[in-house]
Design a protein around this ligand. Structure first.
Ligand SMILES: [Zn+2]
Length: 86
């Protein structure tokens, strides 16, 4: 158990999926956000994941009074997560 070793410990794709929700909410700690960006930079599947996520968010935000429903977000993340961890 090396809790202080997370800097050199790459995130796994399925962790990315878990963190993206917070990432887009802006609630992710800066260091974790950096790790996430660093991972996505070199990971094709995660780039695709991110694009899907972004597109969905953008689509829902076109309606200003309709924030992305929490349930929808959760379901989307679950679907994408399942796809990544196959
Ligand atoms: Zn990845």
């Amino acid at each position: 158990m090396a809790e202080d070793d997370d800097r050199g410990h790459p995130l796994e794709c399925r962790q990315i999926a878990e963190l993206l929700g917070d990432y887009f909410d802006g609630t992710l700690p800066r260091r974790t956000a950096e790790l996430l960006e660093w991972h996505i930079d070199g990971c094709g599947p995660c780039v695709g994941f991110l694009n899907t996520y972004r597109t969905t968010i953008r689509a829902t935000r076109r309606l200003p009074d309709t924030p992305m429903p929490h349930e929808l977000k959760k379901r989307l993340l679950a679907v994408l997560k399942a796809r990544l961890s196959r």
